[in-house]
Design a protein around this ligand. Structure first.
Ligand code: ZN
Length: 338
């Protein structure tokens, strides 16, 4: 991966460029934003720019040719430490952080192979529990000279205040539809820009979601879900069962299940936002093409959006998916039909 083919997040790129130019780079960064929009790749490219031996230290560029760049591309460079939760685990473990021979804190303390610096990327930072976060604090407080640590998560509110206060928080927004469409074409995930544009619009600015849409069973699910959400009168008992059955039977346990649930809430929020927009402009618009939700008042729509955003946040708090679905559908019905 190189900067030349990296799409989106121009502001963040400019910000890092400036920080490097003025030698004002923090030692810990917390990258937050939705999954599948390029935060990890961005951190990797910053690391590559800092370690590349052929480009100036105060420029956010890398040559992609030197031995360091080649090793980084092959993920074999000893000065870049990448840590993520194991696939079969739900969290990053203590051992991954504090193991005396292979843990992150140990690896960071070893003298850099290149003599320059060590860089760590901690993915899945949302899954760090207090114990794990606390074990990182000393390293964040007194990092080895030149060391830089990137924590990658979805929200700063999922981190302890002690982690937040020691990190420079960088927020990443979903990709614009046009950017995601470009990315889909360059990754051969769409045959034409037109096909890519449709896929991008449905994917809430996330490449990860676009990948799910390529699966036809997901597409079927989406169509049925939207139809049930729009059904009048609302049948939220049926909707609750439909979602619960789907996440229980069709999606793997753990992360995939939580991601699918996140998509359901994002899709609902998007539909409600369209309705809110239509409601605000109702006096000028034809009612024929309006969402059934657009007939609710603005206050009710706002409450439904807030409820759905809160339900989405509960997913990261490791509340059981079934409990989240049940309480969301019950409250949704109450508010929508009050
Ligand atoms: Zn290089």
């Amino acid at each position: 991966m190189q900067w030349e083919s990296f799409i989106g997040h121009k502001l963040q790129r400019k910000w890092f460029s400036n920080a490097l130019k003025h030698h004002r780079l923090a030692s810990t960064f917390l990258f937050v934003g939705p999954n599948g929009i390029g935060k990890r790749t961005f951190a990797y490219l910053v690391a590559k720019s800092l370690l590349c031996t052929e480009t100036p230290d105060d420029e956010l560029t890398c040559c992609n040719r030197c031995e360091t760049c080649v090793q980084l591309e092959a993920q074999t460079h000893p000065d870049l430490i990448y840590l993520a939760k194991d696939e079969e685990k739900t969290r990053v473990t203590m051992d991954q952080i504090v193991n005396e021979q292979s843990g992150l804190c140990y690896e960071l303390r070893i003298r850099p192979y290149s003599g320059r610096r060590k860089i760590a990327i901690i993915d899945d930072a949302d899954t760090l529990e207090s114990e794990q976060s606390n074990s990182l604090l000393k390293t964040l407080e007194e990092p080895p000279p030149g060391a830089i640590i990137f924590l990658i998560g979805t929200s700063e509110h999922l981190q302890l205040s002690t982690i937040r206060s020691r990190s420079q928080i960088v927020r990443f927004a979903p990709l614009h539809s046009a950017e995601l469409a470009e990315l889909l074409v360059s990754n051969n995930m769409a045959n034409s820009l037109q096909e890519a544009a449709v896929l991008a619009n449905n994917s809430h600015g996330s490449l990860e979601l676009a990948k799910q849409f390529q699966d036809s069973s997901f597409n079927d699910f989406r169509n049925q879900f939207v139809a049930r959400l729009m059904q009048r009168p609302m049948n939220f008992v049926g909707l609750c069962k439909f979602i619960s059955d789907h996440v229980k039977n069709e999606v793997g346990d753990g992360q995939p299940r939580r991601n699918r649930l996140r998509w359901i809430f994002d899709e609902t929020t998007a539909i409600l936002r369209v309705a809110l927009h239509q409601r605000v402009r109702a006096s000028h618009a034809s009612t024929a093409s309006m969402s059934p939700f657009a007939f609710l008042d603005i206050n009710t729509l706002t409450k439904l959006i807030e409820l759905t955003i809160k339900a989405r946040e509960d997913i990261s708090r490791f509340i059981a998916p079934v409990a989240i679905i049940e309480s969301w559908t019950a409250e949704f019905t109450n508010i929508a039909q009050a």
